[in-house]
Ligand binder design. Structure first.
Ligand SMILES: NC(=O)c1ccc[n+]([C@@H]2O[C@H](COP(=O)([O-])OP(=O)(O)OC[C@H]3O[C@@H](n4cnc5c(N)ncnc54)[C@H](OP(=O)(O)O)[C@@H]3O)[C@@H](O)[C@H]2O)c1
Length: 343
C-alpha cells in the first residue's frame, strides 16, 4: 500500500515585529495511521485568525505558544477518511483543531459533527463558529446595545466586526463602522447596512469619526486599539460599554506606542463617565452559551438578516502569505484556506 503523505506547516522562527512567510516551513512527512478508538481526518478548510500571531510568540498570554518546529495550531473543518472509532464513519464532516496540515489523528475528543446538508461546512469556522460566537457574546453580553444608541465597531468588514455591526442593526442601534479603505467602507454601508463607515486610513479620520458620531458613542466594540481607540476615547458617552475583543494594531508591536502617555486620560474617562470596559476570551468565558448562539445565528443567516463574506484562499502552501493579510488589511471577510477538495 502507498504511504499517505502529510504536508504540514511548522513554526520555523518566532517573529520580531511583523511576522513574515519564512517564519513557517512546509514539510512533507508520512501520515500516521489511526489505531483502535481513533480517526484519521483530512482537512478541507483551515481557519486563519489573528490570535495565531500570539501563539507564534513566547510572551506570556492566555494560551501556550506553539513550540519551534511544531505544527501551527488552528481550527479546521475535516472529513473522516478512516475510522477505528465507533462514533465516526468515513466521509463525515467534523470541526476539529488539527492545525496547518493535510491530515490529523483524533481520538474523537472535542470533535464536533457538522451536517453538510444544513450548513456550508466552512461556516463552522466563522459565522456559525468561533468568530460569529465572539461577535454575538461580546456585543450582547458586554456591550448591552439598546435601540437608538450609537454603536461603533472597528475592523468593521472583518469576520467579527461585520457580524457585530449587523447584530447592532437588528437590535436597533445606529451603527458606525471603521474600516481600511473606500471599498470596505462602501461594502459596510451598501451590503451590511451600516449607517456610516469611516476609513481609518484617511488623514482626517478622527474628525470624520467625530462628525459621524454627533451624539457620542454608547457602545464601542474594540477589535483594533492604537490610533483608532485614540479617536474613539473622547467621543464616549456617560455609561458607555466597551467589549475589548482584540487589539490587532498591537499584535506585531515591538515597542510601546508613541507618547504622550494616554493612560491617565483613559482611566479618568472611565471614572468620570462610569464606562464599563471588559475583555473576554470567547470559549474560556462563554462556552456554555454556544447552543443559544448557534440557534439564533442560524435563524438570522437563513432569513438573510445577517450576511456573511468569506475570503477563501486555495492551497495549504499559501497559508503563510494569506495569514499576513490579516495584519495589512488585505483580507476582506473571514479568512479561510481551502486545503483539500472534499471527498
Ligand atoms: N476575544 C476573543 O475571544 C476573540 C475571538 C476572535 C477574534 N478576536 C479579535 O477580534 C479582532 C478581529 O478578528 P477577525 O478574525 O474578525 O479579523 P478580521 O477583522 O477579519 O481581519 C483583521 C482586520 O483587522 C484590521 N487591521 C489589521 N491591522 C490593523 C491596524 N494596524 N489598524 C487598524 N485596523 C487593522 C484590518 O481591517 P481594515 O482593513 O478594515 O483595517 C484587517 O482586515 C482581532 O483583534 C482578533 O484578535 C478576539
Amino acid at each position: 500500500m502507498n504511504t499517505l503523505m502529510n504536508r504540514r506547516l511548522v513554526l520555523a522562527s518566532r517573529p520580531e515585529g511583523m511576522s513574515i512567510a519564512s517564519d513557517f516551513r512546509l514539510e512533507t512527512v508520512a501520515t500516521p495511521m489511526p489505531t483502535d478508538g481513533e480517526v484519521l481526518l483530512r482537512s478541507v478548510y483551515l481557519s486563519l485568525d489573528p490570535y495565531m500571531r500570539g501563539r507564534m510568540s513566547d510572551k506570556a498570554s492566555y494560551a501556550d505558544p506553539v513550540a519551534i518546529n511544531d505544527v501551527m495550531v488552528g481550527a479546521t473543518v475535516c472529513q473522516v477518511v478512516e475510522s477505528k472509532h465507533a462514533d465516526f464513519v468515513k466521509g463525515e464532516w467534523v470541526l476539529a483543531y488539527t492545525g496547518w496540515q493535510d491530515y490529523g489523528i483524533s481520538n474523537g475528543e472535542g470533535l464536533i459533527k457538522i451536517d453538510a446538508n444544513v450548513m456550508q461546512p466552512s461556516y463552522a469556522l466563522g459565522i456559525l463558529g468561533m468568530t460569529g460566537f465572539t461577535a454575538y457574546m461580546g456585543l450582547l453580553d458586554i456591550g448591552q446595545p439598546k435601540a437608538g444608541e450609537t454603536l461603533v465597531v472597528a475592523a468593521a468588514t472583518g469576520a467579527v466586526g461585520a457580524t457585530v455591526g449587523q447584530i447592532g442593526k437588528i437590535k436597533g442601534c445606529r451603527v458606525v463602522g471603521i474600516a481600511g479603505g473606500a471599498e470596505k467602507c462602501a461594502y459596510a454601508k451598501q451590503t451590511l447596512g451600516f449607517d456610516e463607515c469611516i476609513d481609518h486610513l484617511a488623514d482626517d479620520f478622527a474628525e470624520q469619526l467625530a462628525q459621524a458620531c454627533d451624539n457620542g458613542i454608547d457602545v464601542y466594540f474594540e477589535n483594533v486599539g492604537g490610533k483608532v481607540f485614540d479617536a474613539v476615547l473622547p467621543l464616549l458617552n456617560t455609561g458607555a460599554r466597551i467589549p475589548v475583543c482584540g487589539l490587532i494594531s498591537q499584535y506585531n508591536a515591538t515597542a510601546l506606542p508613541d507618547g504622550p502617555d494616554r493612560m491617565s486620560m483613559l482611566v479618568a474617562t472611565l471614572l468620570i463617565k462610569r464606562i464599563k470596559m471588559q475583555g473576554f476570551i470567547i470559549f474560556d468565558d462563554y462556552a456554555p452559551r454556544y447552543n443559544e448562539f448557534a440557534q439564533q445565528m442560524a435563524t438570522w443567516l437563513a432569513s438573510g438578516e445577517i450576511k456573511y463574506r468569506e475570503d477563501k484562499v486555495t492551497g495549504l502552501e499559501n497559508a503563510p502569505e494569506a495569514f499576513l493579510t490579516l495584519f495589512n488589511g488585505k483580507n476582506f471577510g473571514k479568512l479561510v484556506v481551502q486545503v483539500n477538495q472534499p471527498l
